[in-house]
Design a binder for this molecule. Structure first.
Ligand SMILES: [Zn+2]
Length: 275
């Protein structure tokens, strides 16, 4: 999911319907092809799907994405999500807010913003699919099995497992865990934001500090959209992390070829809502 942290109303990435959202349409996708839902918005669904397909690597999309949902809650708030269709991690739905992702705009800032969202959501598919996550009924984390996501354990050697081992040392994880237990949403958002400020050098955006899952999705997005960092330490190491995987370097090249323009010094120039 991608949201502006300061405006978060729900924090779970699996929220099919939220109050204040207007549904534009839902379409089934089979082997990468969108199927008609026989509604007046059919053409729109097709245009969105073609845009997604023309930017993101098709192999994972065709394998895992079985549904496209378009909605709108107006600008900002919820911008989109990659959601499981059932309790497994095999079947996914892409959710996109048509106000945040206006595929007809010629405004370069808006295009870059929705491109960021699409790459971010693909980052979830990349790191949470069935080859990466082992399902479990465990409600509390068994340290021997590694990092527990909402979906299941990050398999040893998976992108998320390696990412957490390298960047979320036990002390940081414990600090984040304590915050994450807060049930009061306003408090949770405030404390997560403080957590980000305390470790701002380590995160590419404030939203990345929401969880390791969001951190890897955001860092992956900057890996794709930024030049290879010359600087070291902190967030720059998170961007460089992905260069060790030849498949991901190929994905990066593929996406950069397909987007209308590649931003200049993305990580240096990126502004979160707070600065
Ligand atoms: Zn996300």
């Amino acid at each position: 999911m991608r949201k502006l942290l300061l405006l978060i109303t729900t924090l779970l990435s699996i929220s099919q319907f939220t109050y204040g959202q207007n549904q534009v349409g839902v379409w089934n996708v089979k082997n990468g092809n969108i199927e008609s839902n026989k509604s007046e918005n059919d053409q729109l669904g097709l245009q969105y799907w073609e845009t997604i397909h023309s930017i993101l690597p098709n192999d994972l999309l065709n394998k895992y994405v079985l549904s496209l949902r378009l909605f709108s809650d107006g600008k900002s708030e919820d911008m989109g999500g990659m959601n499981q269709l059932d309790e497994t991690v095999e079947f996914w739905q892409i959710d996109l807010d048509t106000a945040d992702m206006n595929i007809f705009t010629r405004d370069s800032i808006q295009i870059l913003d929705y491109t960021h969202t699409l790459i971010h959501e693909f980052g979830h598919l990349l790191t949470l699919n069935t080859s990466q996550i082992e399902l479990t009924d465990d409600e509390t984390e068994d340290p021997d099995r590694g990092y527990l996501t909402t979906e299941g354990y990050a398999i040893k050697g998976s992108y998320l497992n390696l990412f957490v081992e390298e960047f979320w040392k036990p002390k940081l994880l414990q600090e984040w865990d304590r915050i994450n237990k807060k049930r009061n949403k306003k408090k949770l958002v405030d404390r997560l934001y403080d957590f980000y400020l305390d470790h701002a050098e380590e995160f590419v955006t404030d939203y990345a500090a929401e969880s390791p899952e969001e951190d890897i999705a955001e860092s992956w997005t900057f890996f794709v959209l930024s030049d290879k960092p010359l600087k070291s330490g902190g967030k720059y190491e998170k961007i460089k992390f992905f260069y060790q995987f030849p498949d991901l370097v190929k994905y990066r090249t593929h996406i950069r070829k397909n987007i209308s323009f590649v931003p200049v010094k993305y990580v240096e120039n990126f502004k979160t809502d707070s600065n």
